[in-house]
Ligand binder design. Structure first.
Ligand code: LIP
Length: 274
């Protein structure tokens, strides 16, 4: 099994580099934009092209594996099903709004699960040439350099990463703003990088002490959560229970104590299940 995982990892890096080239090239050009679940839920032809390319490449190598992708799911409208089979989970561009607005925090995110557990995570930010990687039990790395989360235990001294998200439902927006109000009041400050995958990688490298978001999907966080936890961060459901890949929300914090302080502080939005 070990050599198989090593091979998956090599292939994951290869496909991330390929995707990165396409994204980096398109980043400088004019974008063709469409919307999905809301007027702020964006997709471009590049998202779709990158996912198609990645799936074609991977399916040829691993015809018996399962594949979950953001844009394929949007196109087919099929209900997500995570099985025990090896599953390649892709967000072709995490941070599509950044991509559309020429903000360089855009990434290709690829997580592999076996028995519904993330075992490999690759998050590549091609414009910044930052390759974050993790294999279960083997630590997390940025361009080959080992990562360690900050170790912060006190919310008062923490920077917390959070997002407005793409829902424009007034009730959801209001609850998110209440959370932001509470976070600003309780901490050193908040940051938003515009991509769940990038946010988790920032926590992994200690650039920010914690991150919580409601309304994301498995493809946004499955790779980043492994990178964060392999860097020593705690990854949970925001309520404090075990993280649930289908529950559309995640919390990562540098320490268990910081995670608890955030769980106690936030309103836990129920965004439904995938
Ligand atoms: C994005 C997430 C981000 C969230 C955005 C959006 P996309 O994913 O990574 O954290 O705040 O609303 O869902 O759509 O760029 O892949």
């Amino acid at each position: 099994l070990d050599h198989q995982l090593r091979e998956y990892y090599t292939v994951a890096l290869e496909v991330a580099r390929k995707a990165g080239e396409v994204i980096k090239d398109a980043f400088k050009k004019e974008k063709t934009i469409d919307t999905k679940s809301s007027a702020a839920d964006l997709v471009t032809v590049t998202d779709q092209a990158v996912e198609k390319m990645a799936f074609a490449f991977l399916k040829e190598k691993y015809p018996s594996h399962k594949f979950i992708g953001e844009e394929t799911t949007a196109e087919t409208g099929e209900k997500l099903q995570l099985t025990d089979d090896p599953t390649w989970i892709i967000d072709p561009i995490d941070g599509t709004t950044n991509f559309v607005h020429s903000i360089p925090e855009v990434c290709f995110s690829l997580g592999i699960t076996v028995n519904k557990e993330p075992i490999i995570g690759v998050v590549y930010l091609p414009v910044l040439d930052q390759m974050y990687t993790a294999q279960k039990g083997q630590g997390a790395f940025l361009n080959g350099e080992k990562l360690k989360s900050s170790g912060q235990t006190d919310l008062k001294k923490a920077v917390v990463i959070c997002e407005g998200g793409s829902s424009r439902d007034p009730d959801i927006v209001e609850k998110k703003l209440t959370n932001i109000h509470r976070l600003v009041t309780a901490s050193h400050g908040i940051r938003s990088y515009g991509s769940a995958a990038a946010n988790l990688c920032r926590v992994a490298q200690g650039a920010g002490d914690a991150y919580a978001e409601y309304g994301i999907h498995i493809w946004d966080f499955v790779a980043g959560m492994l990178i964060a936890s392999e860097a020593g961060a705690v990854v949970k459901d925001p309520s404090g229970s075990e993280v649930d890949l289908m529950s559309r929300r995640v919390l990562a914090a540098a320490t268990p104590s910081l995670a608890t302080q955030l769980s106690d502080l936030l309103i836990h939005l129920d965004m439904g299940r995938d």
